[in-house]
Ligand binder design. Structure first.
Ligand SMILES: Cc1cc2nc3c(=O)[nH]c(=O)nc-3n(C[C@H](O)[C@H](O)[C@H](O)COP(=O)(O)O)c2cc1C
Length: 315
């Protein structure tokens, strides 16, 4: 069990109860970070663990991470263009019987029906009211309102608070909040606003159970909230077919300041060279000050959020 019982009940939402969660925290499906180990740790801490298949996602990579999974309560997150490139990836995800599958980064919802038909909840990240309407109209069960401060790929359009406000206004399905949530304060804020839970990336990306390479963890520890930038430069140099409306929020480094030839970038990535290699991180990276277990991060966030949400209540 993760956070203590008092914190659990202070934070519970209708959605978290329905999923049998003790705390309304979902780890974002982060390619290269959220494998079976992190998903297991998050679920064991009372939240909802997800495996992420990013740009390098494949059937083989998903199968490998599924063998690391030691829980029945989990989700899988895919990137739309990777799902379309990798034959069998969506089917492999469905056959693993997760409770939820997310597919993000396209206004293409042809995957929703087969996932729902398998009795699996569907989710996608949205960035404004029109994209929230489109997802909802396509039958997506859970909207993830992802603010522009978030790490990794996503539209660099609206910050989380105004986005969450606007999406909650029109949503008829549960809404999870994403972008910069890494403390009790930010967790309390989105729950008080009406979010059904928090979809947390950066704050869990450097957790001990993450797949993140050592150089990236160290770069995250050294960064503060002003250290990130939103860019398409890495995707262009690596010739990855990311739609340009979804740049990636990364740590600023020599490459983001002055892009270099593709061969130099590839060599830097192979050598884990932080001067040039990409490290996905959101503006909440300043809250990442230690390498800790996912349970420690979640317990701290939940204990503090419960305190903040209950301190002004009369006895
Ligand atoms: C290291 C990292 C990798 C990510 N990879 C993916 C991914 O593969 N698929 C996806 O849907 N989102 C991915 N994201 C974005 C998250 O789903 C989410 O939008 C973001 O982490 C939320 O903001 P935060 O990082 O401030 O918590 C990634 C984010 C990070 C930090």
């Amino acid at each position: 069990m993760g956070a203590n019982e008092a914190a659990d009940s202070a934070l519970a939402t209708a959605w978290s109860r329905e999923l049998g969660l003790h705390v309304p925290i979902v780890n974002a499906p982060m390619g290269g970070a959220a494998g079976g180990r992190l998903a297991t740790a998050v679920t064991n801490a009372g939240g909802f663990g997800m495996i992420g298949m990013g740009s390098a996602g494949s059937v083989q990579a998903l199968e490998r991470e599924l063998t690391e999974l030691k829980t029945d309560r989990f989700g899988i997150g895919l990137v739309d263009w990777v799902r379309r490139r990798e034959t069998g990836l969506l089917e492999t995800a469905i056959n693993a019987k997760p409770a939820l599958i997310s597919v993000s980064f396209a206004d293409n919802f042809d995957w929703v029906e087969s996932v729902r038909d398998a009795g699996i909840l569907t989710a996608t990240q949205v960035y404004d009211v029109p994209s929230a309407h489109r997802a909802q109209d396509a039958g997506v069960d859970v909207l993830v309102a992802r603010g522009s401060e978030g790490g990794g790929h996503g539209a660099d359009r609206v910050a989380l608070m105004p986005l969450l406000d606007a999406v909650l206004e029109i949503a008829t399905v549960p809404v999870l909040a994403a972008g910069g949530i890494g403390s009790g304060r930010s967790l309390a804020a989105v729950l008080a606003a009406g979010a059904s839970g928090a979809w947390v990336g950066t704050a869990l990306a450097a957790a001990t159970e993450s797949l993140l390479p050592e150089f990236a963890r160290l770069a995250m520890l050294a960064a503060d909230s002003a250290s990130t930038t939103s860019t398409t430069a890495f995707d262009a140099a690596l010739d990855l077919p990311w739609p340009v409306e979804y740049p990636a929020r990364v740590l600023r480094n020599d490459f983001t300041e002055q892009p270099l030839p593709t061969e130099v970038l590839r060599a830097a990535i192979a050598a884990d060279d932080p001067r040039f290699a990409p490290v996905d991180a959101g503006q909440g990276v300043g809250l990442v000050t230690h390498i800790e277990s996912a349970a420690t991060v979640i317990d701290r966030m939940c204990t503090s959020a419960a305190h903040l949400l209950t301190r002004n209540r009369p006895d």
